[in-house]
Design a binder for this molecule. Structure first.
Ligand code: SF4
Length: 242
């Protein structure tokens, strides 16, 4: 069964509203690229990230697109990477974890130790995502994310622009005020490639062993680290100040 949430009924009014919001998001991307160079966009290949990739490529905005390959991504995400590359004729810069750290973690704790405790889960995210992100952002003056305020309780007060204390650079969230429905209206209007897993009720896609499908009515982030308390469900890529 395909997922009706990602195939909304698109009215003219909805299309106009999304076009207006897209104009604002593109202006923010262009202004950010003018004010801060070098600037990079961190894409995890999720639906929101594909919208921003489309805006950056379509309008030839001077932003480096990069992605973190944790080594534990689903096959569907690698498939999307390939399709996206063909679609846009451009390849994101890919960052991998340091192999010595991964080898040491797995030899000490086991291949799926992230399920044993929140600390081991955070340690896995730290070596597979947070440390590579630090290298990806080294030397950058600003970065861009596809986060939306509605995605979780940990993101409800997300601004369009903020100072990221943890990396010491400016951070832009051009889709902060978008709804999930608006994301999908943009995707279908512009024929943006997207992850096949979205068709199977995966709204938020990360590493394969830490992502599951959700049921209708469940929180969008319920499919991530579902064995943990909702308040601990961030991977450390987006640390709030204060
Ligand atoms: Fe490790 Fe899971 Fe975090 Fe991926 S999402 S880095 S597999 S704990």
């Amino acid at each position: 069964m395909s997922n009706p949430l990602i195939h909304p009924n698109i009215t003219d009014a909805m299309r106009d509203k999304v076009a207006q919001k897209a104009t604002s998001a593109i202006k923010l991307l262009k202004d950010a690229a003018t004010e801060f160079q070098p600037i990079a966009f961190a894409s995890s290949m999720g639906a929101e990230d594909m919208v921003l990739t489309d805006m950056i490529r379509r309008h030839d905005i001077a932003v480096e697109v990069f992605t973190l390959d944790t080594g534990r991504l689903p096959a569907e995400t690698y498939d999307l990477m390939e399709r996206s590359e063909h679609h846009y004729g451009a390849r994101p810069v890919t960052w991998f974890p340091r192999h010595e750290t991964v080898e040491s973690y797995v030899r000490t704790h086991g291949i799926n130790a992230f399920r044993d405790s929140v600390d081991l889960r955070k340690a896995c995210c730290a070596m597979r995502k947070v440390e590579p992100l630090k290298r990806a952002l080294a030397g950058k003056r600003a970065w861009i994310t596809g986060m939306r305020a509605q995605q979780s309780t940990t993101r409800s007060d997300l601004p369009l622009r903020e100072f990221d204390d943890s990396h010491g650079i400016e951070k832009f969230n051009p889709l902060a005020d978008w709804t999930e429905r608006e994301v999908w209206v943009y995707i279908h209007t512009h024929q943006v490639p997207y992850n096949e897993l979205h068709e199977h009720f995966y709204p938020s896609i990360g590493c394969q062993p830490c992502t599951r499908a959700i049921s209708p009515g469940e929180d969008i982030r319920a499919g991530r680290w579902w064995w943990e308390n909702p308040d601990s469900k961030e991977c450390g890529l987006h640390v709030k100040a204060g």
